[in-house]
Write a protein that binds this ligand. Structure first.
Ligand SMILES: *[C@@H]1O[C@H](CO)[C@@H](O)[C@H](O)[C@H]1NC(C)=O
Ligand SMILES: *[C@@H]1O[C@H](CO)[C@@H](O)[C@H](O)[C@H]1NC(C)=O
Ligand SMILES: *[C@@H]1O[C@H](CO)[C@@H](O)[C@H](O)[C@H]1NC(C)=O
Ligand SMILES: *[C@@H]1O[C@H](CO)[C@@H](O)[C@H](O)[C@H]1NC(C)=O
Ligand SMILES: *[C@@H]1O[C@H](CO)[C@@H](O)[C@H](O)[C@H]1NC(C)=O
Ligand SMILES: *[C@@H]1O[C@H](CO)[C@@H](O)[C@H](O)[C@H]1NC(C)=O
Length: 411
């Protein structure tokens, strides 16, 4: 398999308030490392990988819509096209969550360390359980029978992933600690089967921590951060991500003032479930070309996925851009490698630029002067999914009390 390259970012030193008292922490950060098989190999994009990414996002949003319906009894307002999950035609080994931001969490009594992907596009927490078959090999097992605080909830779960396989298992409640902050009675899925996308070759962390709202929790329970908030462990009901190439961290209990400059531009979550906000426009060289859109802000997605109509309009306004559906895959477009335009997204009236480096996914073919753009067309309901291609350019805060997303310039 070609996609074995990965890079671990230099991470900043742990920055924590380190109060030995019982008062809640003012805010605490957890360093994240990024592991990603390259979107391109020797500068040329990997088609199977890119196509798998689009399927992955499609299925992830479909899972959220299904959980929303189960929890609220209503069709998610953005599920206008009634999308359902589909299987990918791409190599299953290259499916799912390969590009992610991971950190450490401790679970159970006595506490055991696990690495997890922190994902603002979903809301459940799961790990490989003691009865997991060979699909969990290589991961650290959450052995519920050796944790004295684990309680079986007598409830099964099943999450469908992109290649048609599922992550399934049993729901327990247990104690967990992230960056020194301890919560109890957290619902944790102990998997009996992992989909191929979570096998050790494809997914280095042990499990996944969802950081969106309860409404899209398949378990129907509070996500990890909301548990910390309701148990009074964090002073501020807010967390923030820095996902830049110069360092990455998740900050719990507010924002890390060392990591951004100026003020935040905040947007109200339009519908509690995903971190979904209005996006005023997508701009090319300062000109709004498509607008009045809705965007799901997702640390667990690599690319920016937009509805096919808007994305095609966006590339139409870029001179030299070409449809790459025949050469790379549906929804992909190229731009001239030597003149990547200044693409920006406007939220709350302020435009935030995407650097040429993050927008450019790689050369379309060996020796080509066309490069694949990081905004890709795929209809996943009435919303864009704004992932790392954008989020690496900003500091992002997520406020669970006021249900707002804030963007600020990186320090
Ligand atoms: C568990 O993780 C914590 C926090 O990252 C770390 O300080 C500790 O050394 C780890 N313990 C083991 C046994 O790896
Ligand atoms: C889980 O722990 C129990 C009790 O300590 C032990 O008997 C069992 O072998 C462990 N299972 C796994 C998969 O490690
Ligand atoms: C623990 O969590 C479960 C599931 O979320 C809930 O039903 C139960 O009431 C909680 N128990 C306590 C003591 O908070
Ligand atoms: C890119 O466009 C944004 C929004 O119009 C603008 O603020 C920024 O200065 C531009 N950057 C460059 C390098 O031209
Ligand atoms: C968004 O809608 C407003 C009001 O209908 C309109 O004035 C504006 O031009 C639209 N923006 C874009 C980028 O289409
Ligand atoms: C939520 O909004 C209220 C009113 O603007 C403000 O007083 C409060 O500090 C905000 N909460 C957080 C966590 O930002």
């Amino acid at each position: 398999m070609a996609l074995t390259f990965f890079w671990i970012l230099a991470v900043p030193p742990l920055l924590c308030s380190a109060l030995p008292s019982t008062t809640p922490h003012v805010g605490i950060s957890i360093p994240l490392s990024k592991r990603t098989p390259q979107l391109s190999v020797n500068g040329v994009v990997d088609r199977d990988f890119l196509n798998a990414q689009v399927n992955k996002v499609h299925n992830k949003i479909a899972r959220g819509f299904a959980a929303y319906k189960k929890n609220t009894g209503k069709v998610h307002p953005s599920n206008t096209k009634h999308i359902t999950r589909r299987s990918t035609g791409a190599d299953a080994l290259q499916d799912d969550s390969q590009v992610l931001w991971q950190g450490t969490v401790q679970v159970g009594t006595p506490a055991v360390n696990f690495t997890v992907d922190f994902d603002t596009g979903s809301s459940d927490f799961f790990l490989p359980g003691p009865d997991c078959d060979s699909s969990c090999d290589g991961h650290t097992i959450y052995n519920t029978s050796s944790s004295s605080s684990a309680e079986d909830q007598d409830q099964k779960f099943s999450l469908a992933y992109g290649d048609g396989s599922t992550v399934e298992g049993n729901i327990f409640t247990d104690t967990f600690t992230i960056a020194g902050l301890t919560g109890t009675n957290q619902s944790i899925g102990a998997a009996t089967t992992y989909s191929s996308g979570f096998s050790i070759d494809n997914f280095q962390p042990d499990g996944l921590v969802g950081m969106a709202f309860k409404e899209i929790s398949d378990f129907g329970d509070d996500p990890v951060f909301q548990t910390l908030v309701s148990q009074g462990v964090v002073t501020a009901p807010e967390f923030a991500f820095e996902l830049s190439t110069s360092g990455a961290e998740l900050f719990l209990g507010g924002v890390n003032t060392n990591k951004f400059t100026g003020s935040f531009t905040t947007s109200q979550v339009s519908n509690t479930g995903f971190w979904q906000i209005s996006m005023d426009s997508a701009n090319v060289d300062g000109e709004a070309v498509v607008g009045n859109l809705s965007a799901i802000i997702d640390t667990g997605t690599t690319l920016i996925i937009g509805d096919t109509k808007s994305v095609s309009e966006l590339y139409d306004s870029i001179s030299g851009s070409k449809d790459a559906s025949q050469t790379v895959g549906d929804g992909y477009f190229t731009v001239p490698c030597d003149s990547i335009p200044n693409i920006s997204l406007t939220f709350g009236g302020k435009a935030f630029s995407i650097s040429a480096d993050t927008f450019n996914v790689g050369q379309a073919e060996q020796g080509s002067s066309d490069c694949i753009g990081g905004i890709v067309g795929e209809d996943v309901g009435d919303a864009w999914v704004v992932g790392d291609v954008f989020l690496q350019n900003v500091y992002t805060s997520f406020n669970v009390e006021n249900e707002t997303v804030g963007f600020a310039s990186l320090a």
